[in-house]
Design a protein around this ligand. Structure first.
Ligand code: ATP
Length: 354
């Protein structure tokens, strides 16, 4: 019955007539997902860009309805639209299914995770000039999910690094730096210990860097890079990292600029992209209407850029920055008392003024 329901849903998705508007898959997600995705939809609507949303369930919601966290209908929708706006999905710690986020990134070969992290006027932090782009490899490393028990009490997790994936993420980082007039790319590694795997990653990054003479190439060991990030973050520009270091370092960078509620993200492949905030499901605040919608709203601005609506993306970024700068309507993670809905409404109002 569940399978049948699923394939009925997927046939409907595949046959959906488009209205001339760009079709985009919408995944509200788990935890605070629904709240912050609704905020992003309100802001996109205020830009006037027409989007035909193909709403799909994944994660816990899908598991309850279809008995699987990744229904066929979702995969078929993504194959059709190739672009998604996605809320966070729940992944249990040390049990249950493998991360759906990881599954989707690997299924659609969305190899480049980009997380722009910058200071906003009005959000008080120890630093003022943070403007970083985290470029994280998304398809391999310890996320390959190769784990086994070789004897009771002894387990192995395999780290996979390939020249192909390392070269293409390095190329992505340098192309991004060139297109956005960035000055430097820093490859972050632990090649002093993982001489083969991180050594290969570095070798590829060095080779690629030779084709981009106008961009300064630097390397730094991950522990030293963390130290420098929390003392002189303004000395970094584009950060190039493997999957696991990228995950950890991007949360660290979010902390530098005011927290997870402010940092957007995108997962790009050669044929599609999924846009999602860096934060997770935030179960501690889910359903309370207090989640900061800005990370998701800025992720939706990145999506509009990708779809060719750069001016609309800029309007969203400008309005968001002005609401933060004025500082009257802020959620509590950034020092205010406002609800998710109140911040969203303030951003929509600022868009109409701008
Ligand atoms: P998951 O397992 O889904 O990653 P988590 O709680 O481990 O969930 P996050 O969801 O990223 O990780 O949350 C980490 C912390 O940041 C929590 O205290 C959460 O409340 C806070 N946080 C995350 N997102 C937001 C947001 N949008 N607004 C306000 N606080 C947030």
């Amino acid at each position: 019955m569940k399978r049948k329901e699923q394939s009925k849903a997927s046939r409907k998705t595949a046959g959906t007539k488009t209205s001339g508007k760009r079709a985009v898959t919408l995944i509200p997600g788990d935890g605070v997902g629904r709240e912050v995705v609704s905020a992003a939809l309100a802001v996109i609507e205020a830009t006037g860009v027409g989007i035909e949303w193909d709403r799909q369930v994944a994660g816990m919601n899908a598991f309850r309805r279809f008995g699987t966290p990744v229904p066929d209908a979702l995969i078929e929708s993504l194959k059709r639209t190739r672009v998604a706006l996605k809320g966070p999905l729940e992944t249990r710690v040390a049990e249950g299914w493998r991360s759906i986020n990881v599954h989707l990134r690997r299924t659609f070969d969305l190899y480049a995770n980009v997380r722009p992290t910058m200071n906003f006027a009005g959000v008080h932090t120890p630093f003022n000039n943070v403007d970083l782009i985290v470029v994280r490899e998304n398809t391999e490393d310890l996320y390959a999910g190769i784990e086994h028990e070789i004897a009771p009490g002894v387990v192995e997790s395999i780290k996979v690094i390939t020249a192909r994936a390392s070269r293409r993420i390095a190329k992505f980082a340098f192309e991004y730096a060139r297109a956005h007039r960035r000055k430097s790319v820093t490859a972050i590694h632990k090649a002093n210990i993982m001489k083969l795997s991180d050594g290969l990653f570095l070798k590829c990054a060095r080779a690629v860097s030779n084709n981009y003479k106008e961009i300064r190439y630097q390397e730094q060991i991950v522990d030293a890079a963390c130290m420098r990030l929390v003392t002189q973050p303004e000395s970094f520009d584009v950060l190039l990292l493997e999957n696991l270091y990228g995950d950890i370092v991007s949360d660290l960078c979010a902390g530098l600029v005011g927290g997870l509620g402010l940092v957007p993200g995108a997962n790009y492949g050669d044929k599609g992209a999924i846009f999602e905030a860096v934060h997770g499901t935030a179960p501690d605040i889910a359903g309370k209407g207090v989640a900061n919608p800005i990370a998701m709203i800025l992720s939706s601005a990145m999506m509009l850029d990708y779809l060719g609506h750069r001016a609309a993306g800029d309007r969203i970024r400008g309005a968001t920055a002005s609401v933060l700068r004025v500082g009257k309507v802020l959620t509590r993670d950034v020092g205010g008392k406002a609800s998710t809905g109140e911040v969203t409404a303030a951003i929509v109002r600022a868009m109409s003024r701008g």
